[in-house]
Design a binder for this molecule. Structure first.
Ligand SMILES: [Zn+2]
Ligand SMILES: [Zn+2]
Length: 337
């Protein structure tokens, strides 16, 4: 099968690999679409470590179950909400496996599992014609969406949704970096009755226009003060200097949630802007509960994703277009092309 692999920092290469064989409890999935995430760029750039390279990246996978390994036993089967039959359309997210035994797993925080394995970092992912995945971490997907439209929900949507949950009942929500995640979460936030303020790179009129179209009542440059104080902000961009900027925009008691897996250093800032019970926190990975909630909510909003398909051999171009901010919404690798 055709794949694209990250061999080491900066090295992306096409590789022909044998179709993987599913082990106990695993599904063999024919990949139709795989979303391109900023984390893929961090992996390529060596900013997020790949423990055992080479690896096939890609962790927003939409595909069809075409095979399965033998049963993993009764215990594992109980964890699967609904069996995913041969022929079913499934989603495979970043969280690929957790141990179920560490203090985080035992307290409902599998996203923090000490032994977790992640799709496209520890387990070969979706920049490939086929992949295998642990059935317990795969999801049935809602109707009414094409494969390409669904893919960005599986990380941009899920991590964004988890970050949104950390803003509590905030009414005035700032979104810093209006890319794949923000264009989904703006729609969810509006549906929940929140007011959305979008912050983009200086001069990025196209992203500001896109934010307004998706319901933002104000859109401006990242370090411009918004017209009123915010109750919460989510920083999707990986630029640490946005954090003090977002703190300055907050009302008392407000929260800044950093939603990326990697961020440049946060510059020091005066205690004044944190005072007043303001909080800065990160969001890490996702739980399966996050996925169940968002995949049920998305069709009710309904969330519409703006997708830009690239054929598999052009994965490198997709990543560079993401780096340069050359498109609105989400890049998706189209395996059916
Ligand atoms: Zn664990
Ligand atoms: Zn991701």
């Amino acid at each position: 099968m055709r794949t694209i692999q990250i061999e080491g920092p900066g090295v992306l290469r096409a590789a022909e690999l044998p179709e993987p064989e599913p082990g106990p409890g695993q599904l063999l999935v024919r990949v139709h679409a795989c979303g391109v995430c900023r984390t893929d760029l961090h992996l390529l750039d060596g900013e997020v470590e790949i423990p055992r390279p080479p690896i096939v990246p890609g962790h927003q996978i939409v595909g069809t179950v075409i095979g399965r390994g033998e049963s993993a036993g009764a215990g594992a089967a109980l964890e699967t909400a609904e069996p995913l039959e041969i022929g079913a359309r499934v989603g495979i997210p970043w969280l690929g496996w957790t141990c179920g035994r560490c203090r985080y797993c035992r307290s409902g925080r599998e996203n923090l599992c000490e032994n977790a394995r992640f799709t496209g970092r520890d387990i070969d992912g979706g920049y490939a014609e086929s992949t295998i995945a642990d059935e317990r971490y795969c999801f049935a997907l809602p109707e009414g969406y094409s494969d390409l439209q669904l893919a960005p929900l599986l990380c941009a949507g899920l991590i964004g949704y988890r970050a949104l949950g950390m803003t509590g009942d905030s009414e005035r929500l700032g979104l810093y970096g209006f890319g794949s995640s923000a264009h989904i979460i703006a729609q969810v936030a509006r549906f929940q009755g929140r007011r959305v303020f979008a912050f983009t790179r200086p001069g990025d009129q196209a992203s500001q226009d896109s934010a307004r179209k998706l319901g933002a009542e104000w859109a401006g440059e990242s370090l411009t003060p918004p017209p009123e104080e915010l109750d919460a902000a989510i920083v999707f961009a990986s630029a640490g200097e946005l954090v003090p900027g977002a703190l300055r925009a907050l009302a008392r008691g407000g929260t800044v949630v950093c939603a990326g897996i990697h961020m440049s250093d946060i510059p020091s800032f005066p205690y004044d802007i944190l005072w007043g019970e303001r909080t800065v926190r990160s969001v890490a990975n996702l739980t399966r509960q996050d996925a169940r909630e968002l995949l049920a909510l998305a069709p009710r909003v309904p969330v519409r994703t703006d997708v830009h398909p690239y054929p598999l051999p052009d994965a490198g171009r997709a990543l560079e277009d993401l780096r340069a901010g050359r498109f609105q919404g989400s890049a998706v690798i189209d395996l059916d092309r």
